[in-house]
Design a binder for this molecule. Structure first.
Ligand code: SAM
Length: 225
């Protein structure tokens, strides 16, 4: 995002910002540092975040699927790599203004990538469906936000290099990060491969092939991010 923490059209400095499913809390800390007068709260199922956060940033254990408990509304709610429909409604209920950022990947967006990666998406989506879960949510995000009541919902699709094939130094570094992330995701989807019908041997072979293709700089492909 060219160094930007957000693309939401926030005019004034927001007083309160929520980062849902904050993970390590890195976005919340960065945002708090860049906006020292803003109170930033990061929520997650587990409190693994740093103890060295800026003074205007704190973390709270909260399940985004349950009722959200906050004493005041938020001016801006950020959710990165969080893919559940009910969150659009919850964000609409909680927010004090109409600003939201959301991002996701989808089977559709990944179609220019190596076959094994497309196959990964297909199997994981089908495996999740076999478990009664729809994880192919990117194409639906916009509609969910509109149905929840938001207006002027904008979708930005960002493309990043799948690996470090690019000679451009920034793309090269981004590509290395993306490879690492994609490989972690591919390696950690056993539950969905099993639900798709694969056994342990098939999973190991499939994951190894996928990771090899993701690392191969012959690919020279981009992935939506
Ligand atoms: C893919 S990570 C993204 C972390 C962070 N948003 C980022 O972009 O760096 C997803 C995070 O969502 C959290 N999470 C998953 N389900 C959640 C839920 N129901 N309520 C709150 N957090 C949840 C996980 O614990 C994890 O930290």
């Amino acid at each position: 995002m060219n160094g930007k923490l957000s693309w939401a059209p926030i005019n004034a400095e927001p007083a309160r910002v929520l980062d849902v499913g904050t993970g390590t809390g890195i976005w919340a800390c960065d945002y708090a540092e860049a906006h020292p007068t803003t109170e930033v709260i990061g929520t997650d199922l587990s409190l693994i975040q740093t103890n060295h956060s800026p003074p205007n940033c704190r973390f709270v254990r909260e399940d985004a699927e349950e009722e959200w408990v906050h004493d005041q509304p938020f001016d801006y709610i950020h959710a990165r790599m969080m893919y559940v429909e009910s969150r659009a409604r919850a964000i609409y209920r909680e927010i004090g203004a109409d600003q939201v950022a959301a991002d996701a990947e989808s089977e559709e967006m990944i179609k220019n990538n190596p076959f094994s990666l497309r196959e990964y998406m297909r199997r994981v989506i089908q495996g999740a469906a076999n478990l009664g879960r729809d994880i192919n949510v990117a194409p639906k995000l916009k509609d969910w936000f509109v149905e929840a009541g938001f207006v002027d919902v904008t979708v930005h699709q960002i493309l990043g290099p799948l690996n470090d094939w690019s000679h451009d130094p920034v793309d090269h570094q981004i590509g290395s990060f993306i490879t690492q992330d994609v490989i972690e995701v591919v390696e950690s989807a056993s539950k969905f491969y099993k639900a798709y019908g694969m056994n342990d041997d098939e999973i190991s072979q499939f994951v190894a092939g996928c990771c090899r293709h993701v690392r191969s700089t012959k690919c020279r492909s981009y992935i939506p991010w």
